[in-house]
Design a protein around this ligand. Structure first.
Ligand code: F6P
Length: 553
C-alpha cells in the first residue's frame, strides 16, 4: 500500500473522540460509578477462559459508541478478514500474517500463497510430537547411550521469549522429565552458567532461529557445539544432541545439524508470533505434546471469538479500543502489565516484545510521519512484587499509567492461606488506583487515630491519592494451557486491531536492523590491533577507544 486510504485523525469518530475526551478529562471514575449502577455489566465481557472487566476506565456509553465507530470507520473487520485470508498485509516484507494458521483446528484447507499449508503445519506438529515421545520413552538417547536429562534452548527475541514464558507459566503441569534451560544473551556468562552443570552425554540443544543468522543465537550455538565436541570428539554425535528450528534449512545444514533434525517454520509466521510453530518445540519437550495442543486449542478459540463476536462484545477489539482511548485521547504514555500469578512472571516481557516490536512505529502505511501516538511504553512485572517497588508511582506519580491486572480464581498450586491473600491485593489495587483517597478522608482517618490537627495538616497532602487511574482486569478461571493460549491470542489480536487503527505496519521490525548493522561494523574495530573508525561521532569513537585502552592495559 503506498497511500493511506484514511488517516485516523481525519475520521469523524476521531474528531468526536477528541471533543469527548476534552470533557471526560474533568470527570472522575468514582463519579462515573456512582452515576451508573450498570457500569460493570456494560463494560465487562464473560468469555469461557476469563472475565474481562474494563469498567475501571474513564469511559461512558458515549465513549464506547465513538470507539466502536472508530473501529468500524478504520475497517477493522475487513482487515481482519484479509489477515485470516492470508493476504499480504505485512506489506513491507510482502508476506501473509498467518500465525493463526498454526492453531487452526478446523478441517478446512489453509490457503497461503496459492497452496494449502495445513499438511506442512500438521507434519511439523507430528514431528514435534514424535521427538517428544522418543525422548520421553528413552528411544532417543545420547551418543553414549544415556537418556537425555537436560534441554538447552538457544534463541533470542521471539525465538526465546514465547517458549520461555509458556514453559514457566505451565511448569506446574510438566512431568519434570527434563531440566529446561534457556540461553539468549550473547554475554558469555549465561551460556557458561548453563553449561557448567551439564553433562554433554545427556544434553540436547534446540537451536531456534527463524533466519539462522542472528548473531546472539549463532554465537551461543557455536559455543554449545564446541563444548559438546570437546567431550564427544566425533561429529556424528551431533545428530543425537542438536536439533534446530528455522526457515533456513541451508544455513542449518551448513552449521552441521542433520537434515532430519531440522524443524521447519515459514516466513508467514512473525518471530514474535511464532511460539505456535516449531519454535514451540521446547514447550512440547517440557510439557508434552498434549498440553501444547491445548495451548493451540485455547488460541484457536480466541481466534474464533475474534472473528465472529460483534465488535462491542469482542474482547480483543475492546481491549484495543480502550488502549487507544487511553493513549490517543487521554494522552497516557505507558501501559503496565501486572500478572498476579507467579507462573506468569515472564508474561510482561513476552508481551512487551509483541506490542512494542509490532506497533513501535512512527510512519503510516504510506510512509508519512504520523501525528498521533502509536504504542505506549509497555512494561510490567509480577504485580504483588510491584506493589512493594514501583506501585508508589502508579498511585501518586505525575503520570497516569493504565494497567492490565491479570489474576486467577484458582491457584496453579494451592498452598493453604495464600491465594485469597494474593487476590485480596489484586482487587484492592485496582480499587485504590480508581478511587484514591481525598484530603477530607485522610484527615478523618488520621484524626480517628488521635493524630494532632497540626500534624495532620503537615502530612495530609502527602497521603492524598487522587485516584482516577484506569485499569483492566482479566480474571482467569485458572492459568492452564487452554486459558494461556486464549490470553496470548487475546493480546495478539489487540495488537492487530491497534495497528489497523493507527495505520501502521505491525508485522515488520525494521527498527531493530540499524543497531545490528552498526554492531557488525564496530566488532572488528574492537580488536586492539585495529584502528577505530575515524568517521564515528566523537562520543562513540572515544567510548570505543576508552574500552580498547582499558582492556589492553
Ligand atoms: O531482532 C529482532 C528479531 O528479528 C525478532 O523479531 C526475532 O524474534 C528475533 O530477532 C530473533 O530472530 P531469529 O529467530 O531470526 O533468530
Amino acid at each position: 500500500m503506498t497511500k493511506p486510504d484514511v488517516r485516523p485523525t481525519d475520521l469523524p469518530s476521531w474528531k468526536v473522540l477528541e471533543a469527548h475526551a476534552a470533557q471526560m478529562k474533568s470527570r472522575h471514575l468514582k463519579e462515573l460509578f456512582a452515576a451508573d449502577d450498570q457500569r460493570f455489566d456494560k463494560f465487562s465481557l464473560q468469555l469461557s477462559p476469563f472475565l474481562f472487566d474494563y469498567s475501571k476506565n474513564l469511559i461512558t456509553d458515549e465513549t464506547k459508541a465513538a470507539l466502536l465507530a472508530l473501529a468500524q470507520e478504520s475497517g477493522v473487520e475487513s482487515w481482519r478478514t484479509k489477515m485470516f485470508a492470508a493476504e499480504h498485509i505485512n506489506a513491507t516484507e510482502d508476506r501473509a500474517v498467518m500465525h493463526v494458521a498454526l492453531r487452526d483446528k478446523s478441517a478446512n484447507p489453509i490457503l497461503i500463497d496459492g497452496a494449502d499449508a495445513r499438511p506442512a503445519v500438521n507434519a511439523e506438529l507430528e514431528r514435534m510430537r514424535k521427538l517428544s515421545e522418543k525422548l520421553r520413552s528413552g528411544v532417543w538417547v545420547g551418543y553414549t547411550g544415556k537418556t537425555i536429562t537436560d534441554i538447552v534452548s538457544i534463541g533470542i527475541g521471539g525465538s526465546n521469549l514465547g517458549p520461555l514464558m509458556v514453559c514457566e507459566a505451565l511448569k506446574a503441569y510438566s512431568d519434570k522429565r527434563f531440566n529446561m534451560h534457556f540461553v539468549s544473551n550473547i554475554d558469555g556468562v549465561q551460556i557458561a552458567e548453563v553449561l557448567e552443570g551439564l553433562n554433554p552425554e545427556t544434553t540436547l540443544f534446540v537451536i531456534s532461529s527463524k533466519t539462522f543468522t542472528t548473531q546472539e543465537t549463532m554465537t551461543n550455538a557455536r559455543t554449545a557445539e564446541q563444548w559438546f565436541m570437546a567431550a564427544a570428539g566425533d561429529k556424528a554425535a551431533i545428530a543425537k544432541h542438536f536439533v534446530a528450528v528455522s526457515t533456513n534449512r541451508k544455513l542449518v545444514t551448513a552449521f552441521g545439524i542433520a537434515e532430519e533434525n531440522i524443524f521447519d517454520m515459514w516466513d508467514w509466521v512473525g518471530g514474535r508470533f511464532s511460539l505456535w510453530s516449531a519454535i514451540g518445540l521446547p514447550i512440547v519437550l517440557s510439557l508434552g505434546f498434549e498440553l501444547f495442543d491445548e495451548l493451540l486449542q485455547g488460541a484457536y478459540e480466541m481466534d474464533q471469538h475474534f472473528q465472529t463476536a460483534p465488535l462491542a462484545e469482542n474482547a480483543p477489539v475492546m481491549l484495543a479500543l480502550v488502549g487507544i482511548w487511553n493513549r490517543n485521547f487521554l494522552g497516557y504514555p505507558a501501559h503496565a502489565l501486572l500478572p498476579y500469578d507467579q507462573c506468569l512472571h515472564r508474561f510482561p516481557a513476552y508481551m512487551q516484545q509483541a506490542e512494542m516490536e509490532s506497533n513501535g512505529k512512527s510512519v503510516n502505511w504510506a510512509g508519512e510521519q504520523i501525528t498521533y501516538g502509536s504504542v505506549p511504553l509497555v512494561w510490567g512485572e509480577v504485580g504483588i512484587n510491584g506493589q512493594h517497588a514501583f506501585y508508589q508511582m502508579l498511585h501518586q506519580g505525575t503520570d497516569i499509567i493504565p494497567a492490565d491486572f491479570i489474576g486467577s480464581i484458582a491457584p496453579t498450586v494451592a498452598v493453604e492461606g495464600h491465594h485469597d491473600a494474593l487476590m485480596a491485593n489484586f482487587f484492592a489495587q485496582t480499587q485504590a488506583l480508581m478511587l484514591g483517597i481525598d484530603a477530607d478522608q485522610v484527615r478523618r482517618e488520621l484524626s480517628a487515630k488521635g493524630v494532632s490537627a497540626e500534624r495532620i495538616e503537615e502530612i495530609v497532602e502527602h497521603k492524598v491519592h487522587r485516584g482516577n487511574r484506569p485499569s483492566n482486569t482479566l480474571l482467569l478461571n485458572k492459568v492452564d494451557a487452554r486459558s494461556l493460549g486464549a490470553l496470548i491470542a487475546l493480546y495478539e489480536h489487540k495488537i492487530f486491531v491497534q495497528g489497523i487503527i493507527w495505520r501502521i505496519h505491525s508485522f515488520d521490525q525494521w527498527g531493530v536492523e540499524l543497531g545490528k548493522v552498526l554492531a557488525a561494523g564496530i566488532q572488528p574495530e574492537l580488536d586492539t590491533n585495529k584502528a577505530t573508525n575515524a568517521a564515528h561521532d566523537a562520543s562513540t569513537r572515544n567510548l570505543i577507544d576508552y574500552y580498547k585502552r582499558a582492556k589492553s592495559a
